[in-house]
Design a binder for this molecule. Structure first.
Ligand code: NAD
Length: 411
C-alpha cells in the first residue's frame, strides 16, 4: 500500500466520525504544494552525482508549514506526501500554531562524506529557499538528518534572506538551537508511554520494552524509560538487533554506539537476534522508532506486545492496525506519540524570534505540560466515543484544522 493511502485511510475514519462534508474532506486531504527538485552535487572524487529532493507543503490553515527533512535512499514523493499530512494532524493534536509539511532527499547518508552531505543540504536550500522562511515553512531534522545539517540550512538560507534563525529548527545549541530539542521526541515518547501505562493500570518498574531504531528518537526514549526503571529487553537498528530478558544496559548501549558511529553491531551485552524477531519478541511495550510500514498484515498477528507506541512515523499499515485492534492491542499513534519533537521545535522558533533563551528545565516543563494535555484530550475522547486512540487523535487534529479552515475561509 502507498504510504499516502495509509494516511488517507486514517484521515477518512476521523472524517467519518466528525461527519465532514465531501468538499471539506477533499480540501483537507489535498496538499497545498508539492515540489521535486534536482540536486547536482560534486562528490569528493570530482564526479557529479544527481540527487532528487522533495518538499510537500500539506496545509497551513493553523500556521506556517512545519515538518522535518528526511535523508534516506527510499524517500520518494509519495512517502513525503504522507509524512506531510501526518505533520498537519500532529501539530493540531498538540495544538501548536503550525501547519504541516515534510521534505526529503533520496540519499543514503552513510554513503556520503560530511562535506558531500553539506553540499547536498546547501543545494537543497538553493533550490527551495523561496518556499521556506520563518513565517512560511520551517524545516527540522528527521530520519538521517542532524542538528549540524540544520545549521547549514540556516546559514545557506541567510545568504539569500539575511539573518533568520527561525527559518529552521533542531539547530545545534551553539548555533541558535535550544537545550532539550534534541532529546524532545524521545523524551515525549518515554513520558507518554508512562502516561499510557498508568491509564492501563500498569507500573513502569519491570515493564519489558522492545525498541526498533537506536537513533535520535530510540536512544532518548530508551534512556528515559530505563531511568523510570522499565526493562529494555530488546533493541535493534539497521546494523543488528540484541535481546536480553534481564534487561539491556542502556548506558552501555549508548557508549557502544558512540564508538561505532552510532551502530549497534558488535554489542556484547545481549544475544544477537534476527531483525524481524525484534518486532515479535515477548514484551509489554513495543516501540517502533525507525522506518514506516514495518508492521503489516504479514506480521501483525505474530506481534506479542499488548501495547505499541509509535515513535516512528507510520510504522503500522491500516490492515495491520485493524488486526491489532481486534486482538485488543493498544496503539498510541504517531501523531501524538512522537509530537515532542515538533513541540520543542516550536519553543526554539519562539525563542529565535524573541532573541531569548529558556533554560532546559523550562523547555522540559513546557514540553511535558503540552504533551500531557494532548494525551488527556485524546484519552478522554477515545473513552467517551469508545474509539481507538488513533481515531481519537485524528479527530482532534482534523477537527481543529477543519475549524481553522472554515474560519479563515477559502474565498
Ligand atoms: P535517526 O536517523 O536518528 O535514527 C534512525 C534509526 O533507525 C537508526 O538507528 C537506524 O539504524 C534505524 N534503522 C534504519 N533502518 C532500519 C531498519 N531497516 N531496521 C531497523 N532499524 C533501522 O532517525 P530518528 O530521528 O531517530 O527518526 C526515527 C523515526 O522517528 C522516524 O520514523 C522519524 O520520522 C520519526 N520522528 C523523528 C523525529 C525527530 O525529532 N528526530 C520527530 C518525530 C518523528
Amino acid at each position: 500500500m502507498r504510504a499516502s493511502d495509509a494516511t488517507r485511510i486514517y484521515f477518512d475514519r476521523a472524517a467519518d466520525e466528525l461527519d465532514l462534508s465531501a468538499s471539506l474532506r477533499r480540501l483537507l486531504a489535498t496538499p497545498k504544494r508539492e515540489v521535486q527538485v534536482q540536486l547536482p552535487v560534486e562528490r569528493d572524487s570530482g564526479e557529479i552525482a544527481t540527487f532528487i529532493g522533495y518538499r510537500v507543503q500539506h496545509n497551513d490553515a493553523r500556521g506556517p508549514f512545519k515538518g522535518g527533512l528526511r535523508y534516506h535512499p527510499q524517500v520518494d514523493l509519495d512517502e513525503v506526501r504522507s509524512l506531510a499530512a501526518l505533520m498537519t494532524w500532529k501539530t493540531a493534536v498538540v495544538d501548536i500554531p503550525y501547519g504541516g509539511a515534510k521534505g526529503g532527499v533520496a540519499v543514503a547518508p552513510s554513503d556520503c562524506s560530511t562535506r558531500e552531505l553539506e553540499r547536498i543540504t546547501r543545494k537543497f536550500v538553493d533550490a527551495l529557499h523561496d518556499l521556506f522562511g520563518p513565517d512560511v515553512d520551517i524545516p527540522a531534522p528527521d530520519m538521517g538528518t542532524t542538528a549540524d545539517m540544520m545549521a547549514w540550512i540556516m546559514n545557506q538560507y541567510g545568504r539569500y534572506h539575511g539573518f533568520a534563525p527561525g527559518c529552521v529548527t533542531g539547530k545545534p545549541v551553539d548555533y541558535h538551537g535550544i537545550p532539550g530539542r534534541e532529546e524532545a521526541t524521545g523524551r515525549g515518547v518515554g513520558g507518554l508511554t508512562l502516561k499510557l501505562l498508568s491509564r492501563l493500570g500498569r507500573k513502569p518498574p519491570g515493564t519489558r520494552i522492545a525498541i526498533q531504531g537506536f537513533g535520535n528518537v530510540g536512544t532518548h526514549a530508551a534512556k528515559y524509560l530505563a531511568d523510570a526503571e522499565c526493562r529494555i529487553v530488546a533493541v535493534g537498528d539497521a546494523s543488528a538487533s540484541y535481546a536480553n530478558e534481564r534487561g539491556l544496559d542502556v548506558l552501555e548501549l549508548l557508549r557502544h554506539a558512540r564508538g561505532t558511529g552510532g551502530r549497534l553491531t558488535g554489542f556484547s551485552g545481549g544475544d544477537a537476534i534476527p531483525p524481524a524477531d525484534l518486532l515479535t519478541i515477548d514484551c509489554d511495550v513495543l516501540i517502533p522508532a525507525a522506518l514506516g510500514g514495518v508492521i503489516t498484515a504479514a506480521n501483525a498477528d505474530a506481534i506479542r506486545a499488548p501495547i505499541i507506541v509509535e515513535a516512528a512515523n507510520a510504522p503500522i499499515e491500516p490492515e495491520a492496525d485493524d488486526r491489532l485492534a481486534a486482538r485488543g492491542v493498544v496503539v498510541l499513534p504517531d501523531i501524538l506519540a512522537n509530537a515532542g519533537g515538533v513541540t520543542a521545535s516550536w519553543f526554539e522558533w519562539v525563542q529565535n524570534r524573541q532573541h531569548y533563551q529558556w533554560g532546559l528545565d523550562r523547555v522540559r516543563g513546557e514540553l511535558d505540560r503540552i504533551l500531557g494535555r494532548a494525551f488527556e484530550e485524546v484519552w478522554q475522547l477515545a473513552q467517551s466515543r469508545k474509539l481507538p486512540l488513533r481515531t481519537a487523535a485524528y479527530m482532534l487534529g482534523v477537527g481543529r484544522v477543519a475549524r481553522a479552515t472554515a474560519l479563515g475561509g477559502v474565498g
